[in-house]
Design a protein around this ligand. Structure first.
Ligand SMILES: Cc1cc2nc3c(=O)[nH]c(=O)nc-3n(C[C@H](O)[C@H](O)[C@H](O)COP(=O)(O)OP(=O)(O)OC[C@H]3O[C@@H](n4cnc5c(N)ncnc54)[C@H](O)[C@@H]3O)c2cc1C
Length: 383
C-alpha cells in the first residue's frame, strides 16, 4: 500500500459526512465517495439531539444549526381529545435543554460545507461495488459514471453506506434483528393547527392506530410562515384523514411508506472495515435516534483514529448501539400496539408511568440521546 493511499469512507449521508468532517479537523484526509450525483432533497430526520449539538459544536456547525433550527421543548401525548401526558426536555442538558427541529437535508448541507472548509470534499457519482480486507488495509472497487472502475486501497474503510450497506453484504456480516409486520407511513403536509409547534405530538387513536406529528423546520420555512408544513407519521395508510386538532391546507410535499426494522450488525468491524450509522444499525424513527446515534458513532470512530485505538471500536460502540436499538424497539412496539398487551400498556400504563420521575427521566434521556455517557477515555474533548 502506498503512503499516499487515503482511508476511504463509503456514503455521504449525515454519518459519512460527519466522520469525514471530524477526521479532517484532526488533519486526517479521507476519500469520501457517494453514489448519488446530488445531495438528498428529502429529509428523513427532523430533529437533532443535544448530544449531536455538543459533538458538532467545535466545528462551528452547531451554531449554524441553532440559527436555522427551532427548539422542540418536549412531547405531548394526546388521548380522547386531551393531553393525557407530557414529557419536558427542561433540564436534560445544561446548554441545549431541547431537541433542535431541523431537516436532515439542511444538516447534511451544513456538514458538507464545514467539510469543505476543513479541506475535504465528497466524490459524487462514485459507488463502492466490492471491498475486501488486504494484507495491510482494504481494497475497494469503485465504479464511477459510465461503468468506469478503479481499485482503491486504503488503511481502512468506514462503511456509512446506509441500511442496505454493500460493505456489510460483501463481508457477509449478519444484520441481526426483526421487522414489524405493519408498514408505517408518513406525509409532510401544510396544516392549520392549534398544536404547539415547539412540541412533538403523539396521538393514540382507536384500534391501535397512532399519529406522530412534528413541524418540519427547513430552509424553505421562511417563505411559508403562515402555512407551515408538518410531518405526520403513523401506522395507518390513511394518515391525513385521521388528523386531530389540525386541518390540511394543501397537498403533501412528500409521502412515503416504510417497513420498521430493529437490527444491528453482528460486528461493527471486520478486519480494516468498520461500520457506522444505518450501515451498522437501524430502528424505528420514534425517538429520533438514527442520524444522531450514527453521528455519535462517527465521532467515537474519529477519536479512536486519532488515538491509534481503532481495534476498540466494536467493543466500545456495539453495546451502546445495541441498547439504543432495544429501547427504541420497546417504545415503538408500545406506540404501534400491534398486540393486546402493548395496547394495554399504551392505554393504561404509559400515561401513569410518565408521571413517575425515574421513568420520565429515562424517556427524556432516550429521546435526547443522553441515555449513556461517551466512553470516558475518548470523551474529554467534547467540552
Ligand atoms: C421517517 C424517518 C424519520 C427519521 N427521523 C429521524 C430523526 O428525527 N432523528 C434522527 O436522528 N434520525 C431520524 N431518522 C433516521 C435517519 O434518517 C437515518 O438514521 C440517517 O439517515 C442515517 O444516516 P447514514 O448516513 O447512516 O445513512 P444514509 O442517510 O442512508 O446515507 C447513506 C449514504 O450512502 C450512499 N450509498 C449507499 N450505497 C452506496 C455505495 N455502494 N457506494 C457509495 N455510496 C453509497 C447513499 O446514497 C447515502 O447517501 C429517521 C428516519 C426515517 C425513515
Amino acid at each position: 500500500m502506498s503512503s499516499t493511499d487515503r482511508p476511504i469512507i463509503a456514503g455521504a449521508g449525515p454519518v459519512g459526512l460527519g466522520a469525514a468532517l471530524f477526521l479532517a479537523r484532526q488533519g486526517c484526509t479521507t476519500r469520501l465517495v457517494e453514489i448519488r450525483d446530488e445531495p438528498a432533497r428529502q429529509s428523513r430526520a427532523l430533529a437533532v439531539n443535544p448530544r449531536t449539538l455538543t459533538l458538532l459544536q467545535p466545528s462551528g456547525v452547531t451554531d449554524q444549526m441553532l440559527e436555522l433550527g427551532s427548539p422542540i421543548r418536549g412531547v405531548q401525548f394526546h388521548r380522547s381529545g386531551r393531553v393525557a401526558a407530557a414529557l419536558s426536555f427542561a433540564g436534560v442538558h445544561p446548554k441545549y435543554p431541547f431537541m433542535l427541529g431541523l431537516s436532515q437535508a439542511t444538516t447534511e448541507r451544513l456538514l458538507a460545507r464545514a467539510l469543505e472548509a476543513a479541506g475535504g470534499m465528497v466524490e459524487r457519482g462514485v459507488r463502492i461495488v466490492a471491498c475486501r480486507n488486504a494484507v495491510d488495509g482494504v481494497e475497494v472497487v469503485l465504479e464511477a459514471g459510465g461503468g468506469l472502475r478503479e481499485i482503491a486501497k486504503g488503511p481502512w474503510l468506514l462503511a456509512a453506506d446506509g441500511a442496505h450497506s454493500t460493505a456489510r453484504q460483501q463481508l457477509g456480516i449478519d444484520f441481526v434483528g426483526s421487522s414489524f409486520k405493519q408498514e408505517w407511513h408518513l406525509a409532510d403536509a401544510p396544516l392549520r393547527t392549534t398544536l404547539a409547534d415547539d412540541h412533538a405530538h403523539v396521538f393514540f387513536l382507536d384500534e391501535g392506530a397512532f399519529l406522530f406529528m412534528i413541524r418540519v423546520v427547513d430552509e424553505a420555512q421562511k417563505g411559508r410562515a403562515n402555512n407551515p408544513v408538518w410531518r405526520i407519521m403513523g401506522n395507518r395508510s390513511d394518515l391525513l384523514s385521521r388528523l386531530v386538532q389540525a386541518e390540511q391546507t394543501g397537498p403533501p410535499v412528500w409521502t412515503s411508506s416504510f417497513r420498521i426494522s430493529h437490527r444491528i450488525n453482528a460486528t461493527l468491524s471486520a478486519g480494516a472495515v468498520y461500520f457506522a450509522g444505518d450501515a451498522a444499525h437501524v430502528h424505528s424513527p420514534l425517538g429520533a435516534r438514527g442520524m444522531n446515534l450514527g453521528l455519535e458513532d462517527a465521532w467515537v470512530f474519529s477519536e479512536l483514529v486519532r488515538n491509534g485505538r481503532l481495534p476498540e471500536y466494536d467493543r466500545l460502540r456495539r453495546p451502546v448501539d445495541r441498547s439504543v436499538v432495544r429501547r427504541v424497539k420497546i417504545l415503538s412496539r408500545i406506540a404501534s400496539a400491534e398486540s393486546w398487551f402493548d395496547r394495554f400498556i399504551r392505554t393504561y400504563v404509559l400515561p401513569k408511568a410518565i408521571n413517575i420521575p425515574s421513568i420520565r427521566a429515562l424517556m427524556a434521556a432516550t429521546v435526547t440521546g443522553l441515555d449513556h455517557a461517551l466512553p470516558r477515555s475518548v470523551a474529554d474533548r467534547t467540552g
